[in-house]
Design a protein around this ligand. Structure first.
Ligand code: 5GP
Ligand code: MN
Length: 305
């Protein structure tokens, strides 16, 4: 079986994919996990992370399982290998605008894909190993911001409790996900906060990271994980945008919002997507142009909501 998830993988993408892999291992079913990018450093603690490859070992698989993505394009360079599988199962919680898969298990009310998987595993009476439990808990902890975001449902907490009972290490997960910033990333965060722009009575905040900022601090795009939330942590800010250019003319945008503001709708203007309060989009345009366009749409979102 071929297991896949989205590029720029986060804790829910890798935690979910690896949990499926551990489950299949336990059932004696041969499987492998693919991802366009090598997983970021802060996910190195995930049991089984070393098995994540960019190219499959086995060229033929009967079944594909893709998790935590709403469009096959988000498989990046691994998409081709999934097309070669005769059947596909999709498990996801994004607002679905392109829905691939022969069997689709999509619950947009679920706080994490790992939560949907936990419920499925319970339903089929799977044997939870501590490794699987840690992977699944990582997905839930990541996507709920450590049980702080509005998507922290009673179900997320009860499933997390079950995962703890099955040996998940919550302290390891929280520390690795939220308290493992490299020094270079801390320096870059300083630049981001210092260079922040505000508009709409301080309700909109954005900051731009240039190729030079990355070079000067010795950081990479994966070090910016969580920075948009830092901007959103400011008292008045309702929409926060982090715009960065890891490579010339390759611009990535992360949007975060509070309550009533739908930043997935903002991202969709630019062919991006995500969730109401956490979304993103990508551009092959000069940085200044991206800033103008995205800020303009975010202002409209603030004014019309
Ligand atoms: P992040 O800002 O953490 O990279 O992404 C936040 C959310 O937006 C994630 O759920 C992710 O799936 C979605 N997202 C980020 N970038 C893109 C993009 O370029 N296209 C789409 N469709 N979704 C994105
Ligand atoms: Mn997710």
């Amino acid at each position: 079986m071929l297991i896949g998830s989205h590029l720029n993988p986060d804790g829910d993408a890798m935690g979910s994919a690896l949990a499926v892999s551990h489950l299949l291992d336990g059932m004696g079913i041969e499987n492998e996990v693919l991802c366009h990018h090598v997983p970021p450093k802060n996910l190195e603690f995930l049991p089984g992370i070393k098995r994540v490859r960019q190219v499959p070992k086995n060229p033929k698989h009967d079944l594909a399982i893709v998790v935590d993505l709403e469009s096959l394009e988000r498989l990046g360079s691994t998409e081709q290998y999934f097309h070669e599988c005769p059947r596909m199962i999709l498990v996801d919680h994004h607002v679905p605008h392109k829905m691939p898969g022969d069997i689709r298990i999509v619950d947009v009310t679920a706080s994490a894909t790992a939560l949907i998987l936990t419920k499925i595993f319970l339903e089929i009476k799977a044997k939870f190993t501590p490794e699987m439990a840690t992977c699944l808990l990582t997905g839930i902890v990541t996507d709920t911001g450590s049980f702080r975001f509005r998507n922290t449902t009673p179900e997320a907490l009860s499933m997390a409790a079950i995962l703890l009972e099955n040996g998940a290490d919550i302290n390891l997960v929280s520390e690795q996900i939220f308290q493992s910033k490299p020094v270079a990333a801390a320096k870059l965060l300083g630049i981001v906060l210092n260079g922040m722009s505000l508009a709409c009575d301080n309700r909109l905040a954005w900051s731009v990271v240039t190729v030079d900022d990355f070079a000067m601090t010795g950081s990479t795009d994966e070090d910016t994980e969580g920075f948009a939330n830092e901007l959103l942590s400011i008292e008045t800010v309702q929409i926060a945008i982090l715009i960065r250019e890891p490579k010339a003319n390759k611009v990535r945008v992360s949007l975060r919002s509070r309550r009533g503001y739908d930043v997935a709708a903002v991202a969709r203007n630019f062919n991006g997507g995500g969730h109401k309060n956490a979304a993103g989009c990508t551009f092959d345009l000069p940085l200044e142009e991206v800033v103008d366009r995205v800020v303009e749409k975010a202002k409209q979102c603030l004014e019309s909501s």
